[in-house]
Every structure is written in C-alpha cells, then in structure tokens.
Design a protein around this ligand. Structure first.
Ligand code: 9D3
Length: 257
C-alpha cells in the first residue's frame, strides 16, 4: 500500500511510526509512507503557506496555491485509484468500515490542514473525500492522518494485528471488548473471574460473549440497535442485565442514607 500525507509538519507523522505494530509493518515494506510539504511549493521570499481569512476573523487560512501544488505532486506519485482524503472537522466520520475499505485498496493521499482551515477552493478542486475523527478540536490534521494510517496499516496482510482469527472477529464484531485480566489472580482483594482460570475454553468463550453484549448494552446501547441478537445472545444479555440490576441495588444499599 502506497501512503502519502500532505502536511506542514511531516516529522509529526513520520515520528509517530518509528515504533509499534505499524512502524514495523512500514519497515517490513507492507506499506510505504511519504510526506509532501506544501512549504516546498510556496513562492516568495518567506515561503508563506497561509494568509488572513477573507471577511475577517481570527487566525489564518491555508493558502490554496502551495497546497494544490503539493496535493497534485502527491496524487501524481500515488497509484491510480488511491483516493485523496482531506482530514477536516467538517468531514464524515472515519470508521472501521472505511479503514477496511482503504486497506483493500492500493493506497491513499491524506491531506492535513492547520490554522483555522483550508481555502475551500482547494478542497473543491482536489478532495475526493473529507474525513473527521469526531466532534472534538485538534490543532491540526496531522494527528488525524496518523490515526487513519494506524487503523489502515494494522489491517494489511503481513502487519501484526491481521493475525486475529476470523472466528474471533466474527464473534464480537460491532460489540465492545470483554474485560481482560492477567496475573496475579488477586489484586487488592479483587479476584479475576473464576471462569477464566478454569481452563474450560467453551465456558470462557460464553462468559466473554456475555460480557461483550452486556457492556455494549450498558455503555453503547446504540451499537445494539442495528444488530439482531440470536436466542443464545438474548439469553446471555438477559443474564447480564439481571446481575447488573443486583449490582446496582447492592451499590445503592452501601450508600449512607
Ligand atoms: C472546529 C473548530 N474550528 C472553528 C472554531 C477551527 C478549527 C480548529 C481546528 C479548524 C481546524 C482545526 C484543525 N482540526 C483538524 O484539522 C482536524 C480534526 C479535528 O479537529 N477534530 C477531529 N477530526 C479532525 S480531522 C482534521
């Protein structure tokens, strides 16, 4: 996979992948990562890449010409069919589904903004798509580009993280993770769940599915609305809900009246 970022702080992106699963995948040649800096395409003695917003207001706006030149250089070096994606707060939400789609393609050009934003004409002329990470404010698109790269590269064949069994994945798609435990068996009077130490793999699988269903119901109920539960899943969730009810009652009993 051929990945190019267009950004004013290439070191932010390159340094983010010096280690870890994705860093190793890049070293192994599973994907390539290059950066194109609009400043290298800026004219004038100051190589300026930003200017004051037309209409007034705070901050600066990324100028269209150096950005367009950088994006076009990046596009020219990318495989045909690699989408040019602008990371902006106005974009559609980046999802695991989009990560899987991108991982199945030949590459991507990720354009990160800075300042108050990007001149809209550059977006209109070159963006195939706009993506956002969510409703919070970053100080630039570089970290958003890093998040997209990380989510995509770990899915590529040959990257560690692509080795999760299909069975394990299908078991819990769309659900929150079950809780994890490791040694020691007791921490400050809190025991690891007995079933996990039992060695009964079928019971462990069932307990984990129940926890995933229960936590999703308790914390992210909207994830269950788009999902049909089979008979076994419904029973496990009902068990979780009954136990959850008892826990809430017990917690209330412990409160001073
Ligand atoms: C939404 C805030 N904007 C109006 C006050 C100003 C502004 C702040 C920060 C405009 C751009 C940015 C930089 N953010 C990104 O480039 C960005 C981003 C984000 O801030 N949150 C979630 N996803 C993304 S993707 C790119």
């Amino acid at each position: 996979m051929h990945i190019t970022t267009v950004c004013l702080h290439p070191e932010m992106v390159l340094d983010a992948f010096k280690g870890g699963v994705c860093g190793r995948a890049l070293e192994a040649g599973v994907a390539s990562l290059r950066c194109v800096n609009p400043r290298d395409f800026a004219a004038g003695p100051h190589r300026s890449v930003d200017d004051r917003p037309y209409g007034g207001g705070p901050g600066m706006v990324l100028s269209p010409e150096p950005l367009l030149a950088a994006v076009r250089a990046a596009r020219a070096g990318a495989p045909g069919g690699a989408p040019v994606i602008f990371l902006t707060p106005q974009g559609g939400r980046f999802t695991q589904r989009r990560a899987r789609e991108l991982a199945a393609g030949p590459g991507m050009v990720l354009v990160a903004g800075r300042y108050e934003g990007i001149d809209e004409r550059a977006v209109e002329l070159e963006a195939d798509e706009e993506l956002s990470l969510g409703d919070f404010v970053l100080s630039g698109g570089e970290l958003a580009a890093c998040a997209v790269i990380d989510a995509v590269v770990r899915l590529l064949p040959g990257a560690l993280g692509d080795d999760r069994s299909a069975e394990e994945e299908s078991f819990s798609v769309g659900l929150l993770d079950f809780p994890q435990y490791t040694r020691p068996a007791v921490v400050e009077d809190r025991e690891a769940p007995e079933v996990l130490l039992s060695g009964d793999h079928e019971q462990v699988r069932t307990w984990r599915l129940k926890q995933s269903l229960g936590r999703t119901w308790a914390r992210r109920p909207e994830l269950l609305s788009g999902r049909d539960l089979d008979e076994r899943e419904s029973r496990l969730l009902a068990e979780f809900q009954a136990e959850y009810d008892i826990k809430i009652r017990d917690a209330k009993d412990d409160q001073p009246h």
